[in-house]
Structure formats: C-alpha cells, structure tokens
Design a protein. Sequence first.
Length: 338
Amino acid sequence: MAARSAMLTLLLSAILAVGGAAAAKAESSGKLRQGFYSHSCPRAEQLVARYARRHVPRSPSLAATLLRTHFHDCFVRGCDASVLLNGRKKNNGEAEKEAAPNLTLRGFAFLDGAKALVEEECPGVVSCADVLALAARDAVAAIGGPFWKVPTGRRDGRVSRKQEALDQIPAPTMNFTALLASFRSKGLELPDLVWLSGAHTIGIAHCDSFGERLYNFTGRGGAGDADPSLDTAYAATLRRTKCATPTDNTTIVEMDPGSFLTFDLGYYRGLLKRRGLFQSDAALITDAAARADVESVAKGPPEVFFQVFARSMVRLGMVGVKTGAQGEIRRHCAVVNG
C-alpha cells in the first residue's frame, strides 16, 4: 500500500511539473493569462459559471458534449471557436460542424445562452472561444468533476472547414502510434493523451462508431469476427442488448457503463478489463508507458485523476490560440462579424 501511494505521488508530481511549466511558458508569452477580463468584463467568468450551475444539473450529459466540443475545436485551427461557425458560401457551406466527427455535437444552444449573458453585460468583449473553454470547465465542475483555472484572452477565428475537421480530429479507429502522433502535432504529449482520454468516463457513443469491433473486425463479417482486444463477454453483451447491427447510428452506448454521468475512475478500470469501446481506447493499454499511467490512476484515489486531467485541460486550451488582431470577438458564435 505504501509503495502504491509513493508511486502515485511520483506520478502526480511529474505530470504537474510538466503541465505547470507549459502553463507558465504560455502565460509569460502573453498569449493567455488568468483574469484577462478582470477590468474589461469583471463578471464574465462568474456569469458563465452561474449559467452552468443552473442548467447542467438538469441535463448532466451536457458536460460530456461541451468537453468534446472544446476538444474538437482545439484540434482544428486551435481553440478559436471555429467549430461553432455555421457554413458559409465562401467555403461551399461546409464548416467543421458538417464533418462526421461533429455531427453528434450538441449544446450549441447552451453556449449561445452563455454568450448572450456576457454580451449583455459587456458587448463585444468576451470571445466565443473563451466562453466555450469556460463552459466546458464549469459544466464538468457542475457534475462533481475537477475544476481548473482557465487562462483567457482567446480570439475567435473567421474560418471553418469541414475537411480540416475530418483530417485533424483523432478518429476512434486509431492505433496508439497514430493517436500519439495526432496529439504531438498539437503540442500535446503522451500524458495528455492518457488523461484527456479520461473524459470518456462521462462519454457516450453510437454503435456505428465501434460496430466493426463487434461484427466485422477482419472483414469476414458476423458475430464471430469481433476484435480480439475487446473482452469477449462484453462484446457479446453489446451485440445482444445494444448494437444489433454495426451500422446503428441512433442507439447510445455508455462509455463507462453504470456511471457515465459521474466523473470517476470507471473508464480506466474498464480499459484494464478490455472494455474500452473504441479502438483508440483499447490502444492506450498497448503501449507500456501509457498502460503504466492507466494502471497507476485506476488503482489510486480520484483526486490524482482530477489533478492530472485538469493540468492536461489547461494544456489543451492553449493549443493554437489566436490573440489580439489574429482574430475577432464574435457577437454571435455561429457567424463571423460583418
């Protein structure tokens, strides 16, 4: 027990040191900073937090979708709220929203409501990108998950392209090598991959996003052609109770069965039982270093996961940010100004 505790302490210390250094570097560069709106819109963060506390408990699944929206936004053109833009004639009407990975995103009305509050208080001051980053944090906190400080000062992008989302958002079919390369292309590292994947503890999926693992993994077809890396009994249960066909795009499956509305360690414990839904989930235990992190957190107290997840969320929120004249402050998050 003492050895396990020491290992967890060392793990946490190492991850916090890496995350802290990255955060300090970003803030010292003037890109983002804590309290960016302290003078121009002092109640901005408070307004978003109150809005989340009022609405998320009534619809707790919002926490997962807002986290996912923030993640998908940051992986395409940086954290600039480009995922919130509607299509325009200039790009053939095909914005990031129309890309397959984003078709199941929701919560846009929630974000519009939060943005309207800060616009009423401080017109033209707070970016949609910052509203999204804050809302993702506050929604997770509203369901009892971790809380992290969000450096602000992002500007909103003016371009949103479907193909870029298709090319850059990590796919659920990726192996470990492809996943790590995707994260590193955004300035993130292996620990970030492991900890940010932990958001799946409150995630849901549709059968068509992992159906081939149940029925057609090698191309032979049928129930006997399941992914051998997926627990046999779990695969059988999914086929029997959830996914009658591999192309079902309406049935919802919990990524952390039994506690998908609770931010806990269930996702990591499920991975070690070979019950991760996506190939990209299962991939985390195919790499020795990633598996060691998964095992350490799965066996430890939730507080360790909360802290490392929070650090990686700060790092994610700094990916490719636009500041100053690089972007604008949209009045409405779905359309560019002018």
